[in-house]
Design a protein around this ligand. Structure first.
Ligand code: BGP
Length: 477
């Protein structure tokens, strides 16, 4: 058998994209709560007139209802259990625990909610895998502090993390500090809470903010070990395997630099515990001055690297610096040149299962730390038929081809801990705020305007994934 017997098959969600109940039980507003839905959401929030106040007359906010996972988690987790999930990756909304991020006392109602969720998972022998911060910084901290560029965030995040680790550390073994930390290079608003007014286009600000996140993450690793030696803390990175367009060395050099920046920089610091050798060259390229650091920062990073590397993988990218006319494509926060050998999803992401095998080999070869694929999947338009069923063979094909490349990567020698396909139950898309972009094994009857019964229906992929898990990845047909 290729997959180890304790391989963590499961699924993944994020609080802001599925919970809804965005003001229930004392929850404060997060940056995600103030983001309107729709394909143009990034353009809107980056626009000069956007002021981060909620305006329901002007915009729709699908995240506010989400799929009501906040109230329906028991039913949802029961469905995950029926598929045989060994783990469930979800995030805690910072604003449920500390509504503005500034409070000295945690909101007990928020903690009690996650306690119930965790206990529900454990009842089914589903291992919770928790992301401490998944694109949902308290809005107050984004507006008043400029997000992670302010060093004071380290202490606030530390307080939040200590609260949840102390409360849940005995029950939850697997944690991740930041979702897609390298999202800072593509979308610092979501990733670092840095809105345009406070410097989201300024690389000095972005790298400084990253330094604060690195320090905060290492502090969490340290505290986790003190709380319970069993806890494993991971970093989490977007991994899009990157190709130079052709064998032109100019493209290969450009690709190397891009990989160092986007694919490796954060992981180099967080997994190896030090800033990599190319840091100075990269800073010079962007006109970044040496970062402000406090005494002991570098020692802390060195002493407390992460235990494992979580990654999201949806697609690969191509860089072409030679031909400015080459065709372009969209992607998961990352665009690039079009790869003539690959098909694209309905949203223009280049589907590349072999790229996953390559990426896993690249990451494992570089760090030799266990890898955990905590996001992967196909966002597609699903149509519910008259029997309340979705024949999502396209999704099965996508997942099958990726799992089969995972298998090869394991045979290549990669230590792979688990696999949690993204949006195991339909939820609101991060990049477009749509419900229409669906990833789930479970269909949720809600549309982009928030209409619908909210009923859950099993798609064809539900039974397929159940069989994959039951046979530990042996039967992918
Ligand atoms: C990742 C995010 C997720 C998720 C996923 C799919 O970048 O970590 O939050 O949403 O991408 O992206 P989208 O929802 O835009 O299709």
């Amino acid at each position: 058998m290729t997959f180890s017997k304790d391989f963590l098959w499961g699924g993944a969600t994020a609080a802001n994209q599925c919970e809804g109940a965005y003001q229930a039980d004392g929850k404060g507003l997060s940056i995600a709560d103030a983001m309107p839905g729709g394909k143009q959401r990034f353009r809107v929030i980056l626009g000069p007139d956007f002021d981060w106040t909620i305006d329901e007359a002007k915009y729709t906010y699908p995240n506010h209802r989400g799929i009501d996972h906040y109230n329906r988690y028991e039913e949802d987790i029961a469905l995950f259990a029926e598929m045989g999930f060994k783990c469930y990756r979800f995030s805690i909304a910072w604003t449920r625990i500390f509504p503005t991020g500034m409070e000295l006392e945690a909101n007990e109602a928020g903690l009690a909610h996650y306690e119930k969720m965790i206990d529900t998972c454990l009842k089914y022998n589903i291992e919770p895998v928790i992301t401490i911060s998944h694109y949902e910084m308290p809005l107050y901290l984004a507006k008043e502090y400029g997000g992670w560029q302010d060093r004071r965030l380290v202490e606030l995040y530390e307080r939040y993390s200590r609260t949840v680790l102390t409360r849940f550390g005995k029950k939850v073994k697997y944690w991740m500090t930041f979702n897609e930390i390298n999202g800072a290079f593509h979308f610092p608003v979501l990733s670092q809470g840095i809105i345009p007014k406070t410097g989201s286009t300024n690389k000095q600000v972005i790298f400084q903010a990253l330094h604060h996140q690195f320090v905060a993450s290492s502090k969490v690793v340290k505290m986790a070990k003190e709380i319970d030696g069993n806890i494993q803390v991971g970093m989490m990175t977007i991994y899009a395997t990157a190709y130079g367009m052709d064998c032109n060395p100019l493209n290969q050099q450009a690709n190397l630099e891009k990989k160092q920046e986007v694919n490796y920089f954060c992981a180099d610091v967080q997994a190896r515990g030090e800033y990599p050798a190319y840091t100075n060259r990269m800073f010079k390229k962007y006109g970044v001055e040496p970062l402000a650091m406090e005494e002991g920062d570098l020692e802390l990073l060195k002493q407390y690297p992460v235990d494992y590397i979580g990654l999201s993988y949806y697609m690969s990218t191509v860089i072409d610096v030679v031909d400015p006319e080459s065709a372009k494509v969209a992607g998961n926060l990352i665009g690039g040149a079009k790869n003539p050998h690959l098909e694209t999803s309905d949203w223009g992401w280049q589907v590349d299962p072999i790229g996953l095998r390559i990426g896993l080999n690249e990451l494992y070869g570089r760090y030799e730390k266990p890898l955990f694929i905590v996001e992967n999947g196909l966002g597609a338009v699903d149509v519910l038929d008259e029997n309340n069923h979705v024949e999502d063979d396209y999704r099965i094909d996508y997942l099958r081809s990726h799992i089969s490349e995972m298998e090869k990567a394991i045979e290549d020698g990669v230590d792979l801990m688990g696999y949690t396909p993204w949006g195991c139950i339909d939820l609101v898309s991060a990049s477009t705020g749509e419900m229409a972009k669906r990833y789930g094994f479970i269909y949720v009857d809600i549309d982009d305007e928030g209409n619908g019964t909210g009923n859950r229906y099993k798609k064809k992929s539900f039974d397929w994934y159940k069989k994959v898990i039951a046979t530990n990845g042996e039967d992918l047909v």
